[in-house]
Design a protein. Structure first.
Length: 366
């Protein structure tokens, strides 16, 4: 596939998207699909961005738009303008978007207004909570997409209920591909910040969603629960959470061990070594299951219902008593159910093959 109009333009901007893009970009290269990578700069510091590109062996982005953080409207607007410029410059046959961030929505809007087809990796996910910015982003992105790469049968059903069936492919979860590929590359537990804790002798927590960080009552309840747990709680601190804690004058006590953000491979090692994971991240809910670690989700709902149905995940919200009880439940009852809803580890290859056929068919019509 040669020529300017036979390339695909992949848009990424946040840590989970880097992981997904690593899988798909590797599959594109193996399938002979020409790809140009654009980084919006949504996650812009070294701990949240560049280290991921290095660890995951992602090709250097052709453009880093350097948008940075900010209010949703301003950030999305700046991304929309910059991505539109990139699309006009590179004239791709297809724009590939990932997940549900502001980068996702901005790329979807820019491409759709320029009449460039869109492939949405992780299409069809629904939490059915439209107060979540991520839910708004994923619903709107799906409305303007052309190819829908669904990670689970549930995602396919969600799209069907919304009247979307053309261009839908159930390919499996690229995050499962990543878990299989990188598990053997993760550093040994002795080389991580968990080295000073006994394996399965600590809990791992992450917290970054606005519904938790921007609500002082929820944030206080969650940290109250983390503080009183019976094992040390390792918490790599997201910049947003760090700012909120500083504003509240929070001083960690009890079980909490606050650390700087860690790279992907180190996070994999921590996930595998933790006794329980507590998180409001969608991706970590799945990764916990992939690595055989029970998960307590600090939300009232999840788009990854399969993890709950299989017994590996408990929705605890922001109630301190419920969070503590969920952790204690897993201490007494180790989950045993298998999760087979996320594919066979070949999602990236299936996506690449479908994209190759799609781009080839468009080239043949010119």
């Amino acid at each position: 596939m040669d020529g300017k109009r036979e390339t695909v333009l992949s848009i990424v901007g946040a840590r989970p998207q880097f992981i997904k893009a690593a899988v798909v970009s590797r599959a594109f290269a193996e399938a002979g699909v020409a790809e140009i990578l654009v980084h919006t700069g949504q996650h812009y510091d070294y701990g949240m961005s560049e280290v991921f590109f290095r660890e995951l062996e992602i090709p250097e982005p052709a453009r880093n738009l350097g948008i940075g953080s900010g209010p949703h409207g301003r950030q999305t607007g700046l991304m929309l303008q910059a991505i539109e410029t990139a699309i006009l410059e590179f004239e791709p046959a297809l724009v590939v978007i990932y997940g549900d961030t502001n980068s996702t929505l901005a790329a979807a809007l820019a491409a759709s207004k320029l009449r460039v087809p869109i492939a949405h990796v992780e299409a069809g996910l629904r939490s059915f909570n439209m107060r979540m910015p991520e839910e708004v982003n994923r619903v709107l992105s799906d409305r303007v997409s052309t190819l829908f790469f669904c990670p689970t049968p549930t995602a396919v059903r969600n799209l069907k209920r919304e009247g979307i069936s053309e261009g839908v492919r159930e390919v499996g979860d690229v995050m499962y591909d990543a878990a299989l590929f990188y598990a053997g590359r993760a550093p040994q537990i002795e080389r991580t910040c968990a080295a000073r804790f006994k394996e399965k002798g600590f809990y791992l927590a992450t917290l970054h969603r606005a519904e938790n960080t921007d609500d002082p009552a929820r944030l206080e309840a969650i940290f109250t629960a983390l503080d009183i747990l019976d094992k040390p709680v390792v918490l790599p601190l997201h910049p947003r959470t760090k700012r909120r804690l500083a504003e509240l004058g929070f001083i960690p006590q009890g079980s909490l061990r606050l650390v700087e953000p860690v790279g992907y491979l180190e996070m994999v090692a921590l996930e595998r070594a933790a006794a329980v994971i507590l998180t409001d991240s969608g991706g970590m809910q799945k990764e916990a299951c992939f690595h055989g670690t029970p998960c307590v989700t600090l939300r009232e709902e999840t788009e990854w219902v399969e993890t709950v149905e299989a017994g590996w995940n408990i929705l605890a919200g922001a109630d301190a008593v419920t969070i503590s009880a969920a952790v204690m439940f897993f201490k007494r009852h180790a989950p045993k159910g298998a999760i087979d809803a996320f594919g066979d580890g070949t999602a990236g290859a299936k996506i690449a093959e479908t994209v190759k056929r799609f781009v080839g068919s468009r080239a043949g019509r010119r």
